[in-house]
Each structure stands twice: as C-alpha cells, then as structure tokens.
Design a protein around this ligand. Structure first.
Ligand code: FES
Ligand code: FES
Length: 153
C-alpha cells in the first residue's frame, strides 16, 4: 500500500492506495469524504468529476492518483461554504442554476478556471469554456447567466 500526499483545499492531505492507477475521484469521495466531485460517465466525457489541479480543470475520473501526488488540488468544497459561498457558487444560487444538480460541480469548477484566466468573458467565451461540461437537464441558459453574473461581481 502506498501513500500519496498532496495539498487539498489549502491543507496537506494524503490517501492510501494499492493501485497507482486508481482514479483520484474514487479516493476523494471514498477516503476523504469529498462528495462535490461526481461520478458521471467515468470516461472524461461529461465533466461531472471536475476538480482543479494546479489551477487547471482536470477530470478526476481518469486522473490516476500517482499523477495527483505532490500537486495542489481544489475541489468544490475548497471554494466556499453554505454560509459564505464563493462568488460563482453565490451566482448559481441567485440564478437557481440547477435542476438535478449532478452537473453543477463540474460547471462551477470549469467556471472557476475560466474566470481565473478570463475575468470578464463574453457570452461566447463562457459557452466555449463550459463546452466540455454536459447538463442533461437543459439548465444551460441559467448556468450561462450565473457565470456572467459572477464575472460582474
Ligand atoms: S465522470 Fe469524469 S468526465 Fe464524466
Ligand atoms: S442540472 Fe441536472 S445535469 Fe445539469
């Protein structure tokens, strides 16, 4: 059993695994109890599992734990709290931008990376930035409004 250490949401963290190829998503959810990242497709196709690694979006369902070691990882839980939500989380709440909510983690994490790189994106840039994140409920219009709202704050 090997131990893999990294920075997680501003703190040192580590997990144990027999398999260096085990997906980061499984360890975040099962060993660290972080249920923001979701298992959707498991194939890097939907974005539900998105986390930030060194500030860049990463599909944790296909990120082997060996690649996460030593890196800085941010999950949805690292952005804000129910009492003090992050700007993007607050915008999603204000716009009621969820139906089932399964895609919300990925949408918010992708928006976080987008606004870090492009603080005042155009509508088209937001669409491009979130193009790899799927929402089966069809909440796209509200999600788009949320990100544009967050960019105005
Ligand atoms: S669960 Fe990772 S991209 Fe779908
Ligand atoms: S709100 Fe249900 S998948 Fe997006």
């Amino acid at each position: 059993m090997a131990r893999y250490a990294f920075q997680l949401n501003g703190r040192a963290a580590s997990v144990e695994s027999w398999d260096p190829g085990q997906p980061l998503l499984y360890l975040l959810r099962n060993q660290l109890g972080l249920h923001g990242p979701k298992f959707g497709c498991g194939l890097a196709q939907c974005g539900a599992c998105t986390v930030l690694i060194d500030g860049k979006t990463s599909r944790s369902c296909i990120t082997p734990i060996r690649q996460a070691a030593g890196r800085t990882i941010t999950t949805l839980e690292g952005l804000g709290t129910p009492e003090k939500p992050d700007t993007i989380q607050a915008a999603f709440i204000a716009e009621q931008a969820a139906q089932c909510g399964y895609c919300t983690n990925g949408m918010i994490m992708a928006a976080k990376a987008l606004l870090a790189a492009t603080p005042h994106p155009t509508e088209e840039q937001v669409k491009q930035g979130l193009a790899g994140n799927l929402c089966r409920c069809g909440t796209h219009t509200r999600i788009l409004r949320s990100v544009l709202r967050a960019a105005r704050v």
